[in-house]
Design a protein around this ligand. Structure first.
Ligand code: UDX
Length: 433
């Protein structure tokens, strides 16, 4: 198969590299010349474990190439994937589809034969219809099929998620496109990953429904955590106690500072917009968005409470800045709101993150950046664990307490047993226990 991937960002690059690893010939396209030059030189534009090696091996095997020339990449391809960004539109929260439609028009100009266009970007219900309409207007004499094939990749675990998916969702009713998609994913369904063929609109909605459900699950346990604190219960035991029920399932029940990242905040908002457009409210998701927004600021207040109720003149060390471990992604990271509320309360903030320092510096120039957890904690009045990176799981707690002005720890990810931290001399607070 010859596959063209338009957009070499997170989703496009991971998907393109994995498809080439299956043995397909893949061309990854991007408008950004510096990104393509970096990829050709073996430098990854994002941090994703294993991606550099996967790309290098497939480039060496001649199956994976990069270009800025969309036209030549599209000519003769069996499937053309659109994996460009769909950010929240400024002002109204709708998904911004301008990149998707621009890519569609460029594909239309480049078509030389029958073509299958596959949207991998997360797009609102009905986008496939619009892509199809643009193609119908601009392309004469060639068969065009438009398929929805949403991605379910978690940052930090994206290669594993791509190669061993819980399911593959393919939205099309076109027989030729179905066969092309079967061939594209052949190595996976031979491996017994379930492949689900649905209508195109259904596939588009599955993606939003999945992310909104997961965001709801997290938000549910976060509120239960607050209740645990109030009544003297332990949220980790509650999670285990409910998660062992197969109907509930144990995943995505870790209470924390609220979800962030490039998908959940954006996709829940876009789903609300679709619901509004069709006058069919999804009130649960409305509540989830609101509760999660409030939670991030509430975490700032929690830290100030641990400081004795006043941030003025205090120094706080924030450990972990990215929205989750194993990524350098700062988009909608809880650290952003927490740091802001600490600064608003008059505190001085120091930060450390294993991979996210560069993007963090650009987004939070007002804090001091340190080389590790101990440097950040030196003389500080509190350390706050915001992201559960492995390096924070086995800190030398005695040493940490020793370098601090006042040994206070606020663990927003529940990575430590309270007794252990208290034994090391800390005043310790965590989430829902
Ligand atoms: C998510 C989806 O998992 C993926 O399927 C989709 O395609 C893109 O969005 P990602 O944003 O990379 O992936 O991260 P994920 O691991 O799902 O975590 C999202 C957020 O939820 C993070 O802020 C994380 O800290 C938080 N989270 C997750 C919790 O607070 N508790 C949990 O139990 C799980």
């Amino acid at each position: 198969m010859r596959i063209t991937m338009i957009g070499s960002g997170y989703v496009g690059l991971v998907s393109g590299a994995c498809f080439s690893d299956f043995g397909h010939d893949v061309i990854c396209v991007d408008k950004d010349e510096s990104k393509i030059a970096a990829l050709e030189a073996g430098r990854m534009p994002i941090f994703e474990p294993g991606l550099d090696k996967l790309v290098a091996a497939n480039v060496a095997a001649g199956r994976l190439t990069f270009t800025t020339d969309l036209k030549s990449a599209v000519a003769g391809a069996d499937a053309v994937f659109i994996a460009v960004g769909t950010p929240s539109r400024r002002g109204d929260g709708h998904a911004d589809l301008s990149y998707v439609f621009a890519a569609t028009r460029e594909i239309a100009e480049a078509v030389t034969g029958p073509i299958v266009i596959v949207t991998k970007s997360t797009v609102p219900v009905g986008t496939g219809d619009k892509v199809e309409a643009i193609m119908a207007e601009l392309v004469n004499g060639h068969e065009v099929a438009v398929v929805s094939n949403p991605e379910f990749l978690r940052e930090g675990a994206a290669i594993g998620d791509f190669k061993r998916p819980d399911r593959i969702v393919i939205g099309t009713e076109d027989a030729r496109a179905m066969q092309v998609m079967r061939d594209v994913y052949r190595p996976l369904y031979l491996n017994e990953s379930p492949i689900l063929f649905t209508g195109r609109r259904t596939a588009e909605l599955i993606k939003y429904a999945a992310n909104a459900f997961l965001a709801t699950k997290i938000t549910f346990i976060n509120e239960i955590a607050d209740l645990c604190e109030a009544v003297g219960a332990n949220v980790q035991d509650v999670s285990r106690g409910i998660g062992l029920d197969n109907r509930i399932g144990s995943k995505f029940l870790h209470a924390g500072p609220g979800y962030g990242g490039s998908c959940f905040p954006k996709d829940t908002l876009a789903l609300l917009k679709t619901a509004e457009d069709y006058e069919t409210p999804v009130r649960i998701v409305e509540a989830v968005v609101q509760v999660n927004d409030n939670r991030k600021r509430a975490m700032g207040r929690k830290v100030i409470k641990a400081l004795g109720g006043d941030g003025k003149g205090k120094t706080v060390a924030v450990l972990g800045l990215t929205f989750k471990p194993n990524t350098d992604d700062m988009r909608d990271a809880p650290s952003l709101a927490i740091v802001q509320s600490l600064i608003d309360a008059g505190a001085t903030v120091r930060g450390y993150d294993p991979e996210g320092m560069e993007p963090a510096k650009a987004m939070m120039p007002e804090i001091a950046y340190c080389k590790d957890a101990y440097e950040a904690a030196t003389g500080a009045d509190a350390v706050v664990i915001v992201t559960e990176w492995d390096v924070f799981r086995a800190l030398d707690l005695k040493r940490l307490a020793g370098v601090m002005g006042t040994p206070v720890m606020v663990d927003l990810r529940n990575i430590y047993p309270p007794a252990e931290v208290e034994r090391a001399g800390f005043a310790y607070s965590s989430i829902g226990r």
